[in-house]
Design a protein around this ligand. Structure first.
Ligand SMILES: Nc1ncnc2c1ncn2[C@@H]1O[C@H](COP(=O)(O)OP(=O)(O)OP(=O)(O)O)[C@@H](O)[C@H]1O
Ligand SMILES: NC(=O)c1ccc[n+]([C@@H]2O[C@H](COP(=O)(O)O)[C@@H](O)[C@H]2O)c1
Length: 171
């Protein structure tokens, strides 16, 4: 069975990691959508689709068996929600079931006739993209909230300096 899970992953954090660990315990293959792929270099969306692919690709090795398959697909937004599921389907390998906790994603896929399974939230106070980006900007410790390979990617791309410069607080 192949599942679909989408997020913006700005950045990929331990909440996403725990959700995907559960998904990999239930299915053989997962299609991971990198949502809002056109966005980068803003405080809300600092990282490019390519950078987010690197984060997800390196991190999922920790939570899946070698025999399990992951497809990582960047997905740009389309500014017409009624067409979005068709857009996703046209860009991804076939999948049987969606996992999500996002009300709009759940609604759109259910209306299109897909089976949708709700995901649990893990330590939402800290495993939260908005909180992690806030800590990066304010110089607080954020590294414990993401898988280690994600720390490496963010260091490689000098990501903290980028988000601080964008937020205009680095001086
Ligand atoms: N701590 C968490 N535990 C479980 N699921 C999570 C957690 N944080 C986010 N998710 C889920 O992961 C999916 C993708 O979320 P997303 O990439 O927007 O992360 P986020 O932490 O909500 O980021 P942001 O604060 O930037 O919106 C959503 O369905 C969201 O509900
Ligand atoms: N019309 C659209 O383009 C549309 C609709 C629903 C979700 N999405 C995207 O799906 C992703 C959902 O992930 P989040 O839970 O991280 O918000 C986002 O990137 C969001 O922009 C896009």
């Amino acid at each position: 069975m192949r599942a679909f899970f989408i997020g913006r992953f700005q950045p990929y954090h331990l909440g996403h990691h725990e959700v995907l660990r559960e998904i990999f315990s239930e299915v053989d293959e997962v299609v991971i959508g990198i949502g809002s792929a056109q966005e980068s270099h803003t405080v809300e969306n600092p990282f490019t689709a390519g950078e987010r692919i690197m984060m997800v690709d390196r991190a999922v090795g920790e939570i899946k068996n070698p025999g399990q398959k992951v497809y990582i697909v960047p997905l740009e937004d389309v500014y017409r929600n009624s067409l979005w599921v068709s857009h996703v389907v046209s860009m991804t390998p076939y999948f049987d079931v969606i996992y999500s906790n996002n009300p709009l994603v759940i609604r759109l896929f259910r209306e299109a006739g897909f089976e949708v399974r709700r995901t649990r939230m893990f330590n939402r106070m800290e495993y939260h993209g908005t909180e992690i980006r806030r800590r990066m900007i304010s110089g607080e410790r954020w590294e414990d909230l993401v898988p280690e390979p994600v720390v490496d990617v963010i260091e490689e791309i000098d990501g903290v300096r980028r988000i601080r410069e964008i937020a205009n607080t680095d001086f």
